[in-house]
Design a protein around this ligand. Structure first.
Ligand SMILES: Nc1ncnc2c1ncn2[C@@H]1O[C@@H]2COP(=O)(O)O[C@H]2[C@H]1O
Length: 234
């Protein structure tokens, strides 16, 4: 695995590093170290000092906020090929959310000061980081829109369509199959609702013929999902 994080192709598979030149890529390999996190490990807490950012090679990290009463909002789930913990590193403020490994996860960390030095020396870095942060802000806007403006059936439908777009791009087929590695509790955390309510919404969507669950696979009827996702278009 350490061999893998020395390879330029590995680094360029992370969109933020795609345009880095060979020197910068070699430097990245030199300032990063391999990490392995067991399931349920809290990697950092909100408010901690942030002296590294991290990336996922295999597995899944949850970024979330938790109230003192234990209510949780999942901001994002980070999968292979994605980074997290870059904000505290870039703005010199404490961690803005908690990071937890949801499953056995392998990844790497990049120490703060060497990364800042590298960014200062790499002209491609600033535009790449700006693009990355813009895409994160767009994700947050969509999440806010979904939670604030849509009822739960629409939220679930929008969630399925979001995953299908990650797989197929914006031109979705008429129907597509999904295999989710998430439980209904995970879905409840992501969509900001209780598990029983998510269960009712999934049943309602199934009752409307937009999905069919067979042996862990979700068969999606895209047109019906889109109608539920955007009820005003009905
Ligand atoms: N709104 C958000 N959407 C997605 N990811 C976020 C959001 N806010 C914070 N994060 C990530 O959660 C991380 C928490 O630690 P950092 O603040 O260092 O960096 C943060 C980002 O990587």
């Amino acid at each position: 695995m350490t061999k893998m994080i020395r390879s330029p192709a590995f680094w360029r598979s992370f969109p933020i590093f795609r345009d880095f030149d060979d020197t910068a890529i070699a430097a990245l390999a030199g300032i990063s170290s391999y990490r392995r996190w067991r399931p349920d490990t809290v990697i950092f807490q909100r408010g901690d000092e942030g002296n590294y950012m991290a990336g996922v090679i295999v597995g899944r990290i949850k970024l979330s906020l938790t109230t003192p009463q234990g209510r949780e909002l999942v901001l994002q789930q980070i999968e292979a090929g994605e980074l997290f913990g870059e904000m505290a590193l870039l703005d010199d403020r404490p961690r803005s959310a908690e990071a937890t490994a949801q499953v056995a996860t392998e990844g790497f960390v990049i120490a703060k000061q060497p990364f800042i030095d590298l960014v200062t020396l790499t002209p491609e870095a600033a535009p790449a980081i700006i693009r990355y942060l813009c895409s994160r802000l767009r994700g947050t806007t969509e999440q806010l829109e979904t939670i604030a403006l849509y009822d739960l059936n629409s939220r679930v439908a929008r969630f399925f369509l979001g995953i299908l777009r990650q797989i197929h791009g914006n031109e979705l087929p008429v129907s597509a199959n999904l295999r989710l590695s998430l439980t209904q509790s995970d879905l409840a955390e992501i969509l900001g609702a209780s598990r029983p309510k998510i269960n009712r919404a999934v049943l309602a969507i199934e009752g409307l013929g937009a999905i069919r669950r067979i042996n862990g696979i979700i068969e999606c009827n895209i047109d019906r999902l889109q109608r539920i996702a955007e009820p005003s278009k009905l």
